[in-house]
Design a protein around this ligand. Structure first.
Ligand code: UD1
Length: 419
């Protein structure tokens, strides 16, 4: 198995370029199924999740070509309407193809995603939304089978502003007959970009970035091109890592306006920040103050940064509290951090961090993408050497992480580790 060996104690310094947003690509690529022809996505990161999405689209009959950050998808040769269990279980975002296939071809068959390493992740909101649009849905042998001769616009109110359900319903509603009002929709920048891309393809959507989306269905869409927005989670991970090591780092090709809550948190704990249109510089020369953080849908503090922030707060002398309201079981990084000497108590969905004690490097195992990022941050601040095992998780969502950290002066190398 591959791992990273990190020698801690080196402040991160320098500039690093932020890649395109994984979660935007995972929504934009399925959207291309809505219009036959060649679509062009620029600023696409080389990540295993992106490769899985390409594999899925190729399995449906599309031709895909990824070179120098540009992904061309030719959707004119779709011949299958089925997403197999093997791919959906590898990457939950595969479920995104349900809405577009149903809207464009009148049927689709997608494996149910099941749980993931941080607990149950249902798809009831996706299915209820599509049913409201007139789809007939059957669950059989672990697969969702959806059919509709033509979807019909309606009013849908989500119980929770799910990112995935908003994306799936949006992609279905753009080709439905009549108007759809989607209430309590997700406002994440990746959903805004999906909506803008659909509009570039000829869709009519109002209210993007707000909880109420008004969609007027159209008869057909045409291929389009899009520049993927910067990955706000990768950006914030670098800012947090820089602050945790008491360094000074400028991230480039970033969007500060997508990170307002995170930047406020960084300032509250003592970071100095300077932003321009496309860069953010963090400077930290003291230990952080303890903090209280609660994850929430955008524009709240992202659940995808909960683990990294927890690792950061281990540096803050005093008591910090981090509550995850989105995924109450997303705490697999905690036992690993405890093995490095972290003092953390988990009460329900709140991690209580007793910060200011040294971390000691050891071998730790990552369980999911963001937990891996937290363990890397812990390794960067720990005394001695830390080995992070199970790095295939990190390669799902952080492009060239080891090269980027090396560029900032971190001592990190890829190693082969025994079982
Ligand atoms: C997306 C992101 C993921 C992020 C998450 C929350 C992608 C590819 N992934 O995941 O990185 O952590 O948003 O910001 O964009 N829920 C239901 N029923 C549903 C759907 C969701 O109860 O049908 C619940 C989930 O269990 C969870 C919450 O809603 O508690 C948020 O899930 P959702 O926003 O759907 O996350 P994803 O789209 O899967």
């Amino acid at each position: 198995m591959e791992g990273f060996r990190i020698r801690g104690g080196q402040p991160l310094q320098g500039r690093v370029r932020i890649s395109g947003a994984k979660n935007a690509v995972l929504a934009l690529a399925p959207a291309t199924l809505l219009a036959p022809g060649v679509h062009r996505l620029r600023n696409v990161p080389r990540l295993t999740d992106v490769f899985t999405m390409v594999e899925l689209l190729e399995g449906l009959g599309c031709s895909c070509h990824l070179e120098e950050g540009e992904l061309h998808i030719d959707t004119s040769t779709v011949r299958s309407l089925r997403a197999p269990q093997e791919l959906v279980s590898r990457m939950r975002a595969s479920f995104y193809i349900l809405g577009p296939l149903l809207a464009r071809y009148g049927q689709a068959e997608v494996s149910l995603p099941g749980g993931c390493s941080f607990g149950p992740r249902p798809v009831d909101l996706h299915l209820q939304g599509l049913q409201r649009l007139g789809a007939q849905i059957e669950l059989q042998d672990g697969y969702v089978r959806a059919r509709a001769s033509r979807l019909r616009g309606t009013t849908i109110e989500l119980r929770f502003p799910s990112v995935g359900a908003t994306g799936n319903i949006l992609m279905a509603a753009v080709l439905a007959e009549g108007e759809t009002l989607l209430r309590n929709a997700a406002c994440e920048p990746e959903i805004v970009q999906l909506g803008e891309y659909l509009c570039a393809m000829g869709a009519s959507i109002e209210g993007l970035g707000s909880p109420t989306l008004h969609i007027r269905g159209v008869e057909q869409l045409r291929p389009a091109a899009v520049e993927v927005i910067p990955d706000r989670i990768e950006a914030a991970t670098f800012l947090i890592a820089a602050a945790a090591t008491q360094g000074e780092v400028t991230i480039t090709h970033a969007r500060a306006d997508h990170l307002q809550t995170v930047l406020e948190h960084l300032q509250q704990v003592g970071c100095r920040l300077t932003t321009t249109e496309s860069t953010i510089t963090v400077h930290m020369d003291t230990l952080p103050q303890p903090s209280t953080t609660v994850t929430a849908p955008y524009p709240g503090f992202p659940t995808d940064l909960q683990a990294q922030w927890t690792a950061f707060m281990l540096q803050a002398p005093g008591i910090s509290r981090i509550t995850d309201t989105i995924y109450p079981n997303r705490f697999k990084h905690i036992p690993e951090l405890q093995r490095m000497g972290a003092r953390i108590e988990l009460i329900g969905n709140t991690a209580i961090v007793y910060g200011g004690y040294p971390l000691i490097g050891t071998r730790v195992v990552s369980s999911d993408l963001r937990a891996s990022a937290a363990l890397l941050i812990a390794g960067l601040i720990a005394q001695g050497e830390t080995e992070v095992v199970g790095i295939h998780h990190i390669e799902r969502g952080y492009e060239a992480i080891e090269r980027k950290l090396q560029q900032l002066g971190a001592s990190i190398e890829r190693i082969c580790v025994g079982p």
